[in-house]
Design a protein. Structure first.
Length: 395
């Protein structure tokens, strides 16, 4: 008796609905949670065919299903949890997960259904779908705007490339581009970057792949546009003679570790940047900002031109005669025919395909290195990667 009372107490206080029926499909027991879920009182259901809780066509097919199971022993739902629909007393349809089991009791069969309401989950899914659809439309709009901006920058680059031979036209184009870049691109790019970060934050709880994918597209596009803008501005300063090396003593290892952390954030999936320092000394006397730009540019290229699941080796060395910085990747490499042009402005190797870039990065690295009295060299093999080496004497 004590065990029976305990079982009844468990059934009556269960969070999920519990219903038992006999071999004819008549309800023998329904607990309070199931009554609340379907909107019935117990006496309105007990003794009635379970099909009153089902919408069509399940309602019309249930008796035949039960009879077929009893004849053949072949179950479609018994012992298998699945999602079905229920019909409340007021006629509304709602989804729930149903688990069915068969029990032999006192020489007869009793079927027990365990009912877990899925209404809130489905509402959340529908809300998420609407949100994702709206977000995709927003992303599409932003992407279109970014593409227009990229095209505008590409046109500007082509105009500058054509006018390099004419000093007067070059200066006019430089002034015009710097003005446009400063006022027309930086502010909207910052706004887009902030919006993308906020979307990513607010969408964390939804765990949707589409949102993460499109946010990543926005961030990638903004990063590429910002890099293009910075490249043009750097070239303009160098050409105008406004860039000079400002020397100071700083910790090269600390700077390199900071750069490694920053670059790892923008690395592709499972790309790992591994930093290592050789030598007992940590400090050098160079222009910290120019050096950071050089290293970041080389690592950015290594990220862009290498695939996922690859290693990027970043090393520094300080010895008695020089300071040496190397960045090695396992990417697409540089064709031998293109290597002699690699440090020329606006030059891109023919195997870069659709990978974004201006062809200015390595030109800037070479010129910054020269400003600090250093040298840059490289070794590269197609599809086997590239090693860049920057050397500064007596630092």
């Amino acid at each position: 008796m004590e065990n029976a009372a305990l079982l009844i107490a468990i059934i009556q206080n269960a969070i999920d609905g519990i219903i038992t029926i006999d071999e004819r499909g008549l309800v023998e027991l329904i607990n309070p949670s199931a009554c609340k879920l379907f909107g019935y009182q117990p006496d309105e259901v007990i003794g009635k065919n379970i099909s009153i809780l089902m919408p069509s066509p399940d309602k019309d097919q249930h008796d035949e299903y039960l009879a077929r199971y009893q004849r053949t022993g072949q179950a479609r739902m018994i012992g298998i949890g699945r999602e079905v629909q229920g019909c409340r007393k007021d006629g509304t349809i709602f989804p729930f997960r149903l688990g069915l089991s068969e029990v032999q009791y006192s020489g007869r069969k009793i079927y027990t259904g365990f009912i877990h309401d899925l209404s809130k989950e489905k509402e959340a899914e529908d809300l998420l779908k609407d949100y994702a659809l709206h977000l995709e439309e927003l992303v599409e709009e932003r992407t279109h705007s970014l593409n227009d901006t990229v095209q505008a920058l590409q046109l500007a680059k082509e105009e500058i490339g054509v006018s390099l031979e004419k000093e007067k036209e070059l200066n006019l184009l430089k002034s015009r581009f710097v003005s446009i870049a400063s006022h027309e691109f930086r502010t909207p790019l910052t706004s887009i970057q902030l919006s993308a970060s906020l979307i990513e934050k607010y969408a964390e709880s939804f765990h949707t792949v589409n949102i993460a994918k499109h946010v990543a597209k926005i961030k990638s596009a903004v990063f590429n546009l910002t890099a293009i803008l910075n490249d043009f501005l750097s070239i303009e300063k160098i050409e105008a003679g406004k860039e000079e090396a400002v020397y100071s003593v700083f910790n090269l290892v600390k700077l390199s570790e900071e750069i490694t952390q920053e670059m790892q954030v923008i690395a592709k999936q499972n790309q790992n940047i591994v930093y290592h320092h050789t030598g007992s000394q940590n400090s050098v006397k160079l222009d910290k900002n120019l050096l950071k730009n050089c290293i970041s540019n080389l690592i950015t290229n290594a990220i862009k031109y290498s695939g996922e699941n690859t290693l990027i080796a970043f090393n520094t060395e300080i010895n008695a005669n020089s300071s040496i910085i190397t960045v090695k990747d396992n990417g697409i490499g540089i064709p031998e025919a293109d290597q002699k042009h690699l440090f020329e402005a606006f030059f891109r190797a023919h195997n870069t395909g659709t990978i974004p870039g201006t062809g200015l990065g390595l030109n800037i690295v070479a010129r910054y290195t020269e400003l600090m009295n250093g040298t840059i060299d490289f070794k590269s093999t197609v599809n086997k990667g590239t090693l860049f080496t920057i050397t500064f004497p007596g630092t």
